[in-house]
Design a protein around this ligand. Structure first.
Ligand code: ADP
Length: 482
């Protein structure tokens, strides 16, 4: 195991590192080498129940802490994350496999949510409302929802933790966090830094576990947990939503995507290639806003395919810390099987392979960056999120056709369009049934902007000045005066 002071191998409850009562542990693997990084405590139902109880007690005190003091603690956490940027980035790369430059970027991105919500803690404002009667005074105030359960995925092991826990803590909530079993180390490292920043114990509890189903049941069925914030697959999101019904929890769900990128004849070719490439291949295609389908208008189609492939050929696969590496492995073998299934299905239905198409020579879960052309809507790649470095390029003739194909999915997270025509920008942006639209830009996420989807891509928004409302309840006060 690497000698990092921030690598913690136990769960974190009430400010203490805890083991499973029977000493049960699980292995965290480096996806680039499949080698074990370390064993981590495999907590279960009993520890989760305990974490919920301590969170409840801690939250009762935390909600009384002045917003400015909450902001100060979060600001110290932010500063500590920045001071430990390199170590946190190395931990991300170790357990998730992304190139070190991307991991450094993720730490900054993750930290930006702590800073943003530290500032927002001071701006939780209510309203004086117009009165219905001369002897009434009406007010609306905002209060923390209470104890929050957060369940996070492996693709952003650091930023998903901060994007959920920073607004919750800023709002005056306590958090019980279940990170993905593939990447518990980043979550535990962040909790350690929060503790060093002076966050009172019990407010941020981390449950590393392989028992997601059982722990998920405890979190969703507990009446103490008033809010569930989840990022992950649509399948698990629907299950958690159903489980949360028994206690009518507030929900934020960031689920799957199937992002289209529309490139029109009147696009600037170079910036379209740049934008689609950036959104497609980030984290080896393993983000929920990665372009999944590339629709290119007939007049620019061949030119786009050619320039795009020139760029794809420059990708260098490898382990995170090797020089010049720009793309890492996939997270697990099942991801390799999925992308291969999508490629085989497309080829069988008439698509043409332009680049890649199979596991890379490096072995393990490394996969060749792949480009397919002459792809159509009957193929699996049009319907399912591939979550891998596969770029399927479809052809379209008219704007109406492009919009119809882009919207022809149950998902609605991110979409991209590339055109120089201002009228088309408005028409298409308004017609796209998506929560996020990138216009002549492939990298659109930041702490200022609301992140979230429509349709089966989810409920609620993270980041931005809207994000903190997900952790607040509105209370109406009616004062009768004489
Ligand atoms: P992926 O396939 O990308 O891993 P998942 O939706 O399966 O996406 O996982 C996202 C998060 O949800 C992870 O933390 C995982 O452990 C957790 N998870 C998976 N199944 C359940 C479940 N039944 N209850 C609660 N959490 C779950």
């Amino acid at each position: 195991m690497q000698n990092f002071s921030l690598i913690k191998t136990k769960g974190y409850i009430n400010g203490e590192y805890v083991e499973n009562a029977d000493g049960k542990t699980f292995a965290v693997l480096n996806p680039a080498t499949q080698q074990e990084i370390c064993q981590v405590a495999d907590l279960g139902v009993a520890e989760t129940e305990q974490a919920i109880l301590v969170a409840e007690q801690a939250q009762k005190k935390w909600k009384q802490v002045l917003p400015k003091e909450r902001a100060n603690i979060l600001t110290r956490w932010y500063e500590l994350v920045l001071q430990h940027q390199e170590e946190l980035a190395q931990i991300i790369s170790l357990e998730q496999g992304k190139p070190i430059a991307e991991s450094r970027g993720e730490v900054l991105y993750g930290a930006s949510f702590i800073q943003w919500f530290a500032e927002e803690a001071k701006r939780i404002q209510g309203d004086m409302l117009p009165s219905d009667k001369s002897n009434h005074r009406l007010m609306a105030m905002k209060q923390p929802v209470g104890v929050v359960a957060a369940i996070t995925p492996w693709n952003f092991p650091n930023a998903m933790i901060t994007r959920k826990s920073a607004p919750a803590l800023a709002a005056g909530c306590a958090v019980v966090l279940k990170p993905a079993p593939e990447t518990p180390l980043s979550a535990l490292a962040l909790a350690e830094l929060a503790s060093q920043a002076g966050l009172p114990k019990g407010l941020l509890n981390v449950i590393p576990t392989t028992q997601a189903v059982d722990v998920g049941k405890v979190l969703t069925e507990s009446p103490i947990i008033r809010k569930l914030t989840f990022t992950g697959s649509t399948k698990v999101g629907k299950l958690l939503m159903a489980q949360s019904a028994s206690t009518v929890k507030k929900l934020s769900l960031e689920l799957g995507g199937n992002a289209p990128a529309l490139v029109f004849d009147d696009a600037d070719l170079d910036s379209a290639v740049e934008g689609v490439f950036a959104s497609k291949f980030r984290n080896a295609g393993q983000t929920c806003i990665c372009t999944n389908r590339i629709y290119v208008q007939a007049g620019i189609y061949e030119a786009f395919v050619q320039k795009f492939c020139e760029k794809v050929q420059q990708i260098k696969l490898g382990e995170a810390n090797q020089p010049d590496v720009t793309m890492g492995p996939l997270i697990r073998q099942s991801a390799v099987e999925k992308v291969q299934r999508h490629i085989d299905d497309a080829l069988q239905k008439g698509a043409k392979l332009v680049l890649g198409g199979k596991p890379a020579d490096l072995g393990g879960t490394f996969f060749q960056p792949t480009v397919l052309k002459e792809v159509n809507q009957t193929m699996l790649v049009a319907k399912e999120e591939t979550f891998a470095p596969l770029a399927p390029i479809f052809k379209f003739e008219t704007e109406e056709q492009a919009i119809a194909m882009a919207n022809d999915t149950e998902f609605g997270l991110a979409a991209y369009l590339f055109t120089q025509n201002i009228n088309r920008i408005w028409r298409v942006s308004e017609a796209l049934e998506y929560g996020i639209v990138g216009i002549n830009e492939g990298l659109v996420t930041n702490e200022f902007a609301p992140f979230g989807g429509v349709k089966e891509s989810g409920i609620g928004r993270e980041g931005s000045h809207y994000g903190i409302d997900e952790f607040l309840e509105l209370k109406y006060l009616c004062l009768g005066i004489t």
